[in-house]
Ligand binder design. Structure first.
Ligand code: ADP
Length: 523
């Protein structure tokens, strides 16, 4: 039984949750969703949790009430280097901490206000899609501030028991806490947990950038931050955190292999005993077909027929021919994704000709790699009655695609957890997924056996070999024609529960473990 199931012994921690994204303030992908949901679930388990993100202008715009609550002076020498705030006017450089709440909750959010965050564009990219050239400094500063707050070195009158970092943008936190241990009583330092949402991005920067940040030179060795003559933020999180987890059990195993470990598989294997996998949940209120205000017609298992009205609304949106009684067998496939190699868009492109010979329509929303976007566009120009594409980011349309599609395409080459297949299940939209990461952990393949047992929830294919995606879509189209089988699939899918509460209990156990491990290490 999880600790959090026993009310009499539920621990109560002060948790600083640090992230570069936080829905609804700033989101480019799943990390934003997780940061917007997990802290709420931990709060409902009575944890004293605070979320820390940079004060991007777009995030500030979305915060209804926000107020400054503290300032933190930056060191003029030593990490995090000269942050470009001129001190020659005699002013000590400082950041301002702004406080707001996560909408619909009592979770306090702290935003770090400083000149290097104050620009239009995304959290990682400028308006033209190029990486900010000072991302190392932008996130090093976030890490520095996190440590100051966690250690209780600010006027916020708060310190952390646990600092929970997420992905490379927070990887230096554990390294800095490790340095703090050398300066003061190690027992006074908070424990650290680091969650891997995607190993593909490791925050790799050069030696000169390491020096410009004025990071402690002792960290420059291949057991610590150095990574093939550069250094990696992500590596800091993996080496120094008391506990590390990936966002699904399968991904936690996969990253210990050469194929998925990006050169750090050996390190992860070495830290295997401190590494685990916890599946993401979904925000069951935000993604609820029975109440979702962003879809055309609400529905539940009992009123599942109404899902069809969303299909028609989606076809109208994309100007695809409407499903008429004599066209009942047209399977509408939806896809919402970053259009990048990871998501298997090229697999879909390779198989498009064959797939479009099946009785299917395809509705895609996404943006990403310009070449992949333009190749998809070409197909939609050639076969406008079968495939349509909307380039860009559109939260509302993503909900309608989940509600209106019959099946959802997710042929990812790797998928740490994946959220869209979970949204699809909740909306009775049958996910077609590759056998990897969280996809493998959350979808039950419609094999003969699972159909007989009535436990199937989706279609899983095994290899990236191109014909297999086609086979999967072909199987889906065949199953779709059998209305009884299809309805069972939809109902089974909608019955799946991936609530954050369950995952949050596992995170709470992880925090307890991290504190224990740290204590044992400190002795
Ligand atoms: P990743 O984090 O790798 O992008 P996930 O499936 O974990 O993939 O999460 C993606 C999240 O971003 C989902 O909530 C998905 O609906 C959303 N998303 C991705 N692209 C778009 C888009 N173009 N418009 C709206 N939402 C999108």
């Amino acid at each position: 039984m999880a600790i959090a199931d026993k009310p009499e012994c539920t621990p109560r921690y002060k948790v600083l949750f640090v992230s570069s994204e936080l829905y609804p303030f700033v989101k480019t992908g799943g990390l934003g969703d997780v940061s917007g949901s997990l802290p709420k679930a931990l709060k409902s388990l009575r944890q004293d949790i605070r979320v820390l993100i940079p004060a991007y202008p777009s995030a500030l715009e979305k915060a209804k009430t926000i107020k400054p609550v503290a300032t933190i002076n930056l060191p003029e020498e030593g990490f995090p280097g000269n942050m470009g705030f001129s001190s020659d006017i005699g002013q000590i450089p400082y950041v301002t901490i702004l406080e707001t709440k996560l909408p619909g909750s009592h979770v306090k959010v702290w935003m770090v206000e400083f000149t290097i965050y104050n620009r239009s564009g995304g959290p990682y990219l400028d308006d033209s899609g190029n990486e900010w050239i000072d991302n190392d400094r932008r996130f090093a500063l976030l890490n520095y501030v996190a440590v100051e707050i966690a250690m209780g070195h600010t006027s916020l009158d708060w310190h952390a028991d646990i600092v929970h970092g997420n992905d490379w943008q927070t990887g230096l936190i554990a390294a800095l806490l490790h340095l703090e241990k050398k300066k003061r009583n190690a027992f006074s330092i908070p424990a650290s947990v680091f969650t891997i949402h995607n190993m593909a991005h490791m925050g790799i920067y050069s030696k000169s950038q390491f020096e410009a940040l004025q990071l402690n030179p002792s960290l420059w060795n291949h057991h610590e931050l150095e990574f093939h003559d550069n250094f990696s933020f992500m590596k800091g999180g993996l080496v120094f955190s008391d506990r590390v987890n990936a966002v699904s059990p399968t991904y936690a195993k996969e990253i210990q292999t050469e194929e998925f470990g990006y050169g750090l598989a050996g390190l992860l294997k070495f830290r295997n005993e401190r590494l685990s996998g916890i599946l993401n949940g979904i925000d069951m209120q935000e993604w609820d077909p029975a109440k979702d205000p962003m879809i055309h017609k609400n529905y539940s298992i009992k009123t599942i027929k109404n899902k069809q009205l969303n299909k028609i609304a989606l076809q109208k949106h994309f100007k695809l021919p409407l499903t008429r009684p004599d066209h009942k067998d047209i399977l509408l496939l939806g896809m919402v994704a970053r259009l990048v190699y990871q998501k298997g868009v090229d697999l879909l492109l390779e198989q498009m000709e064959a797939i479009l010979e099946l009785p299917v329509q395809i509705a895609i929303l996404g943006s990403g790699d310009a070449k992949l976007e333009s190749r998809l566009k070409q197909w939609s120009i050639k076969y406008p009655k079968q495939i349509q594409l909307q380039i860009g980011y559109d939260e509302e349309l993503s909900h309608l695609i989940e509600a209106g599609s019959d099946a959802f395409l997710m042929p990812s080459r790797f998928e740490p957890c994946g959220l869209n297949q979970l949204y699809s299940l909740r909306y009775g939209t049958i996910p077609i997924v590759r056998d990897t990461g969280g996809l493998a952990d959350t979808v039950i393949h419609a094999s003969k056996e699972h159909i007989t047992l009535n436990t199937a929830t989706g279609i899983i294919f095994h290899e990236t070999h191109h014909s297999n995606l086609f086979d999967a879509v072909n199987l889906t189209a065949t199953l779709y024609r059998d209305k009884t089988v299809w309805k069972n699939l939809m109902v089974n899918a909608m019955k799946q529960v991936f609530s954050w509460r369950e995952s949050a209990k596992q995170y709470l156990d992880l925090y307890t473990q991290a504190i224990k491990d740290k204590k044992a290490d400190d002795y």
